[in-house]
Design a protein around this ligand. Structure first.
Ligand code: SF4
Ligand code: SF4
Length: 154
């Protein structure tokens, strides 16, 4: 009898406990600050240009070969406005093939790419998650604002 009452008490306590889950996708739980979502490209607010030089070190080290980058001469350097002689011309990542390993972030010499908190990219098509330079920089700016990330030196 006492055992039954104890069991009932446990059940009642559980009934009034605040749930730890939410009604996804209507509600979202915050992700941890160190959570590694999909990679994004960082924006240099001081010089108003990307940190990325298009050097392709990340491209060569990506284990799933889902990235590509093209470099060009930086017009801002010719005008004396930027110390970067080269700058990225185009960049793309097929996020559908990205395994979130963070290798691209580790090997980048310019701190130009970061793992953001972005993790909800469900699509119907196999290659619908290809993102270009514009989208990667847009996502990077959003991540910089949300995380208050410190900018690296050029
Ligand atoms: S993200 Fe970094 S490693 Fe990759 S191309 Fe740009 S500068 Fe080079
Ligand atoms: S996180 Fe890994 S798999 Fe994804 S783009 Fe970077 S290196 Fe490639």
């Amino acid at each position: 009898m006492l055992g039954n009452l104890k069991g009932l008490l446990v059940t009642l306590q559980t009934m009034f406990r605040k749930p730890v889950t939410v009604q996804y996708p209507k509600e979202h739980l915050p992700v941890a600050s160190r959570y590694m979502g999909f990679p994004v490209l960082m924006w240099d607010k001081q010089l108003e240009e990307p940190f990325c030089t298009g050097c392709m070190v990340c491209v060569r080290n990506c284990p799933t070969q889902c990235m590509s980058a093209v470099m060009k001469d930086n017009p801002h350097h010719a005008e004396g406005k930027s110390p970067r002689r080269k700058i990225v011309e185009s960049f793309s990542i097929n996020l559908g093939r990205c395994i979130l390993c963070g290798m691209c972030v580790d090997v980048c010499n310019f701190d130009a790419i970061e793992m953001s908190h972005q993790h909800e990219l469900s699509k119907y098509g196999r290659n619908d998650n290809r993102v270009n330079l514009e989208k990667l920089l847009e996502a990077g700016k959003k991540y910089q604002e949300e995380s208050g990330s410190v900018e690296a030196a050029p």
